[in-house]
Design a protein around this ligand. Structure first.
Ligand code: 5RP
Length: 227
């Protein structure tokens, strides 16, 4: 086995441990909001083994909806329920105040909508996602295709370096600009500033709706962070 494969296996084990730990928050009969990505996929697998515990799920992407249905879990639209008691999702970066950068899978618009409609947001990550401050990964920004150039210019003016995510279209039919180099010393303000640019659909900073609980998988167990 190569070193790269061993590292990936170790990361996968930490993601799975965090996802399994999130089952603790699922109550019988609950409608659970489910995120997108490789860590959220472990949560879908965990839910599938405990189908008795839930009635329905709200999916944060078409990919997650398909995975839930394939696991035999009924999927309802957020519009049909209005809110969910629990949302479980991964993240690309987590700071000590449980603010997040998300959108590595390009699903952050619906993820933010479900997270904001959730009573409790449990974020599941491997411990490599924990950071002293946000900014170690680019901020994904979902943009109307026609506005991509104009939005990129505004993001440059904010000090960022936007890169188009090639060959990727969001569930909403839009494009993603991954923006490196932004000043994230005030994440709430930057989240608001980017969303105010005409043509921006949503950005991947989760500061206003941050996680309530972070479950961080490590080699020796799962750490629980709360604010
Ligand atoms: C998708 C996301 C994911 O939650 C984030 O990218 C983490 O993914 P993974 O669990 O595969 O590391 O925000 O839009």
């Amino acid at each position: 086995m190569t070193q790269g494969q061993m590292k990936k296996d170790a990361l996968d084990a930490m993601k799975q441990a965090a996802a399994e730990a999130a089952l603790e928050y699922v109550r019988p009969g609950m409608t659970v909001g489910v995120g997108t990505g490789s860590t959220a996929a472990y949560f879908v697998a965990a839910l599938a083994r405990r189908r008795d515990k839930i009635m329905t799920a709200v999916a944060s992407s078409e990919a997650t909806a398909a995975a839930l249905r394939a696991a035999g879990i009924a999927v309802v639209d957020l519009a049909a329920v209005g809110s969910v008691p629990l949302y479980v999702d991964g993240a690309d970066e987590v700071d000590p105040e449980l603010r997040l950068i998300k959108g590595g899978g390009g699903a952050h618009t619906r993820e933010k909508a479900v997270a904001t409609a959730a009573g409790l947001f449990v974020c599941i990550v491997d411990e490599t996602k924990l950071a002293h401050r946000l900014g170690g990964v680019p901020v994904p920004v979902e943009v109307l295709p026609a506005s991509a150039a104009a939005v990129a210019a505004r993001l440059f003016a904010l000090g960022g370096t936007p890169a188009s995510r090639t060959g990727f279209v969001t569930d909403g039919g839009n494009v993603i600009l991954d923006v490196a180099g932004l000043d994230l010393s005030d994440p709430e303000r930057l989240e608001f500033t980017i969303d105010a640019i005409p043509g921006v659909v949503e950005n991947g900073i989760f500061a206003r709706r941050r996680a309530d609980v972070v479950l961080a998988g490590a080699a020796d167990g799962v750490g629980v962070l709360r604010i």
